[in-house]
Design a protein around this ligand. Structure first.
Ligand code: DAH
Length: 336
């Protein structure tokens, strides 16, 4: 029996395999119910008692040797990737998924690009503002409802520190330190104390435009608006101006464009009127020019302000404002 054990041991130490199937075949050959080692275990029962100790030890060793050897072979075959195999410098890189721009950024950039073709340059101002730039310099009366806590976020209970409610504040910031000609466009985020719903949000985005020079007229405003509307919504677009009121413009107007969904025929989107409102505008009130240190006898100007969400809604029919800030990838990926 001892010879058999030694012989098997020598055989096992030399075994090799080139596939996992071969390893399995070896396991069956030695360790299965009908395997060589199992057979030896059976013979062991008949061994005289005084040899049991020595032979038992040898048999156990043999079993360990074969189990270890088979495990080593299996492992070697499972990890066949050597550095040379996996490093192929000529292989094309895995494609990197590209991100997409936010729809509000796309529309904001388009507005900027249209106005920059007319010679407007970008101006920016702070989101945390003071009363003067947001309200007083823009001719808001002391008791104007916009100054109420219900509409405006004040910071630190200080009525002089607030989140700007419109980008018109950038107008006064620029006019304070620049003499005409001024031709600026001011994109930015604004805040209002509103409950969040599909139609209202506590923050949104606006773009403001301001043109101040000698002899700027309402006709200049109208032509600028028409150019903007046609560049943004297509050459067939019509505009109409309705009289309105803003403290900082006189006269003031709101501009509608012919509904870009039905072309003005009337549909559910434009409530069957054929028109949709897109912005507010007017001639800068002389009080505003004077408050900002610009001679209102010499200069006139026009201003306009629009909501970026509103324009985006018209371009892409996104009517729920909450979509813009929820960061749902399924929504954002549609703007590739
Ligand atoms: N600031 C106004 C708002 O937030 C929008 C606006 C209206 C801006 C008329 C203007 C303007 O410059 O002339 O509703």
């Amino acid at each position: 029996m001892i010879d058999k054990i030694n012989q098997l041991r020598a055989e096992i130490e030399a075994i090799n395999a080139s596939s996992l199937d071969e390893v399995e075949a070896l396991r069956i050959k030695y360790l299965s119910k009908k395997g060589a080692i199992t057979a030896l275990m059976q013979d062991f029962r008949t061994v005289p008692a005084e040899q049991k100790r020595e032979l038992g030890q040898k048999l156990n060793e043999l079993k360990t040797v074969v189990t270890d050897r088979l495990a080593a072979l299996r492992e070697a075959l499972e990890n066949t990737d050597t550095v040379e195999d996996s490093l192929d410098l000529t292989r094309t890189a895995a494609p990197m998924p590209l991100g997409s721009r936010h729809p509000l950024s796309l529309v904001k950039d388009e507005i900027i690009s249209i106005f920059s073709r007319l010679g407007f340059t970008i101006a920016e101002g702070p989101e945390i503002e003071d009363d003067w730039h947001v309200f007083s310099s823009l001719n808001f009366a002391e008791d104007h409802p916009a100054r109420d806590m219900q509409d405006t976020f004040f910071i630190q209970r200080n009525p002089d520190v607030l989140l700007r409610t419109h980008t018109s504040s950038v107008q006064s910031r620029v006019m304070e330190h620049t003499q005409p000609p001024i031709r600026i466009i001011c994109p930015g985020r604004v805040y209002r104390n509103e409950a969040i719903s599909a139609r209202a949000h506590c923050f949104f985005h606006q773009v403001e435009a301001l043109y101040v020079d000698e002899n700027v007229s309402f006709a200049d405003l109208r032509q600028t608006l028409l150019y903007f509307a046609r560049e943004m919504f297509g050459p067939e677009t019509k505009i109409r101006l309705r009289p309105s009121y803003f403290p900082f413009t006189e006269p003031s107007a709101e501009m509608d464009i012919s509904c870009n969904l039905c072309g003005g025929k009337g549909c559910g989107f434009c409530k069957h009127t054929g028109w949709v409102e897109i912005l507010g505008c007017g001639m800068v009130d002389p009080n505003v020019l004077d408050a900002c240190g610009i001679d209102s006898k010499k200069y006139t100007g026009f201003a306009l302000g629009m909501g970026v969400e509103r324009i985006t809604n018209l371009k892409y029919q996104i009517s729920d404002l909450r979509m813009f800030s929820e960061n749902d990838k399924r929504f954002l990926e549609q703007f590739r």
